[in-house]
Design a protein around this ligand. Structure first.
Ligand code: PEP
Ligand code: MN
Length: 338
């Protein structure tokens, strides 16, 4: 339920509505706009009719139902777009944000070389997996805490904020200590206990869409984070499973455009996992930008043929620089040479 306060509503009238919302067993989410205050009443209570009756309360302009099962992520509740500020990089603002780096952190040298190169090419953030969700238990599983230390070092050297995946509830604390953005991988999108554990964390969360998740399920997963207190959520479309086998996944760009309509949260596209094919990264990056994606997640490796994971979908350093030129992203003037 959304309670729209009149533009003339006084602080006392707003507080009264908040008290009534609590009395009815709902949680209030107050959005103070430039012109008026909007109060979301969210929760599980059978006293909805009492909130509807608040239409008659002083200072209330209107009470409306939220049409979707996701509430706090909905644009119905919040028209203004959420901008997630990651150490000065604004995700969801006017600029296309590019997050680049290796699928897995394999060694300090591999990460440093990549970090300097992507920074020089104009990347905004550095990615790299320390804990890897691999389909086979025999594949490289990541360097864990050692990789987190390398990421921190690379961040200090380049100034780039770090995005890295947290796979398990037990690693939340340590990953939050090192990372600027905690990624929830596609396979964990509906790991509700992990989502609950991440909700109180003070760092932004990058929530990937599950390979078989509907848009509704994806937004409800984000709702777990917002309802638990973390408003800094970045969504990322990374391809879904379809009958098509020519590409690794099917990058669902319609979902990017749709989620921008349905939600105020920023949405990224990941053409690396979304296609599995290096040659498709540039065209699908341009397409993602054209449909309104707020940014891109791109896998980059100094020598993709030697990569311990996802080599075929990784750009080499020169390929990434070319992509950035194709996207019209300016290399940073303060970047150290790669
Ligand atoms: C990744 O970003 O390296 C990754 C494992 O992605 P996803 O969870 O989308 O498969
Ligand atoms: Mn990968």
């Amino acid at each position: 339920m959304i309670v729209n306060m009149a533009s003339t509503a006084t602080p006392d009238e707003i507080n009264h509505v908040i008290e009534r919302i609590r009395e009815c067993g709902f949680q209030e989410h107050v959005i103070y706009g430039e012109e008026r205050t909007v109060i979301g009443a969210v929760g599980n209570s059978n006293r909805r009719s009492e909130i509807e009756a608040l239409r008659a309360a002083p200072g209330v302009a209107d009470v409306i139902q939220i049409a979707h099962p996701f509430k706090l992520v909905s644009r119905q509740l919040r028209q203004a777009r959420t901008i997630v500020d990651v150490r000065g990089v604004k995700v969801g603002g006017d600029e296309l944000v590019v997050i680049a780096g290796p699928c897995s952190v394999e060694s300090e040298d591999q990460l440093m070389e990549t970090a300097h190169a992507v920074k020089a090419a104009g990347a905004d953030m550095l990615r790299g997996g320390a804990y890897k969700p691999r389909t086979s238990p025999y594949d490289f599983q990541g360097l864990g805490v050692e990789a987190l230390r390398f990421l921190k070092h690379a961040s200090r050297e380049t100034g780039l904020p770090i995005v890295t995946e947290v796979m398990s509830e037990t690693d939340v604390e340590i990953v939050a200590e090192y990372a600027d953005v905690l990624q929830v991988g596609a396979r964990n999108m509906q790991n509700f206990s992990l989502l609950r554990k991440l909700a109180p964390v003070s760092k932004p969360i990058l929530l990937k869409r599950g390979p078989s998740a509907t848009v509704k399920e994806w937004l409800l997963a984000a709702e777990y984070l917002l309802s638990g207190g973390n408003a800094n959520v970045i969504l990322c479309e990374r391809g879904i499973k379809t009958f098509e086998t020519a590409t690794r996944n099917t990058l669902d760009l319609a979902a990017v455009a749709l989620v921008k309509e349905l939600s105020h949260l920023p949405v990224l596209a990941d053409p690396s996992h979304g296609t599995g094919l290096r040659s498709l990264i540039t065209p699908m990056s341009k397409a993602a930008a054209a449909v309104g994606a707020d940014g891109l997640l791109i896998e980059v490796h100094p020598c993709p043929e030697r990569a311990l994971s996802d080599g075929p979908q990784s750009l080499d350093l020169g390929g990434f620089a070319q992509l950035m030129i194709a996207l019209g992203k300016q290399p940073r003037r303060d970047a150290k040479a790669a």
